[in-house]
Design a protein around this ligand. Structure first.
Ligand code: ADE
Length: 230
């Protein structure tokens, strides 16, 4: 079993790469794929860059060229649920691309025309493993819910309200649902785990800078507990 681990930004993968015994390093599509052992598990770790296109390309390379059998996406997200705050962790149960919009044809927001789903469900076992890992790290507050993805850093009260009412989202970010989409098309199990860096409101860019480090520490702790049990 080889596990693929994707983060969007180098700071999100920094601690993990420090803990990894790297056996090989390869460049593909302007991304560096690190193959090796992490906490006793065969992994390929990669920083994909920000946004849905980068994330989708990266997930497909992991699957097609590295034959990964499971994919975990870790990183930070904006909090949407009212009970979630910077430092907390959201485990995705399912993910939607909120910026997919064919409402002109009567479709709901997020629907991907001519695909049988647009609400990509994470693997039950990986979700359970992530929930158990959160219990072990009892200082970290966590919830399981829907994460929504779009090519936008959300920094507006109105937008965050819309994400909550339209999608019942727990958190928003810029890669998860596109990784989920690729994994779905390839029948590869996946889960997305995100630490909250901001509340996606007017001061989001400032909170983001302050809380990203804490978020990365938290999501890495969860990932370590998970990987050790695989
Ligand atoms: N990642 C972290 N915070 C975010 C936000 N507010 N919007 C989109 N992606 C994010």
């Amino acid at each position: 079993m080889t596990l693929g681990i994707i983060s969007a930004m180098s700071e999100e993968l920094e601690i993990l790469l420090g803990a990894m015994e790297v056996e090989s390093k390869n460049e593909r599509a302007n991304m560096t794929f690190y193959k090796g052992k992490l906490w006793g598990q065969e992994v390929v770790s990669v920083v994909c860059g920000i946004g849905k296109v980068n994330a989708a390309i990266c997930a497909q390379i992991l699957i097609s060229e590295y034959n990964v059998s499971k994919v975990i996406n870790v990183g930070v997200a904006g909090g949407v649920d009212k009970n979630i705050f910077p430092g907390d962790v959201v485990i995705a149960n399912n993910l939607v691309q909120y910026d997919m919009d064919t409402t002109a044809f009567g479709d709901p927001f997020g629907q991907i025309p001519r695909l049988d789903t647009f609400d990509f469900k994470c693997d039950d076992e990986l979700v359970k493993l992530a929930e158990e890992a959160c219990k072990e790290n009892s200082d970290i507050k966590s919830m399981t819910g829907r994460i929504v993805t779009g090519d936008q850093f959300v920094a507006s009260v109105d937008k965050v309200k819309w994400l909550e009412t339209e999608f019942n989202a727990a958190a928003c970010e810029m890669e998860g649902a596109s990784i989920a989409h690729v994994c779905y098309l390839n029948s590869v199990p996946f889960v997305v785990i995100r630490s909250i860096s901001d509340n996606a409101n007017n001061g989001a860019h400032m909170d983001f800078a302050e809380f990203t480090a804490i978020g990365v520490k938290n999501s890495t702790a969860i990932l370590k507990s998970m990987v050790e049990k695989m």
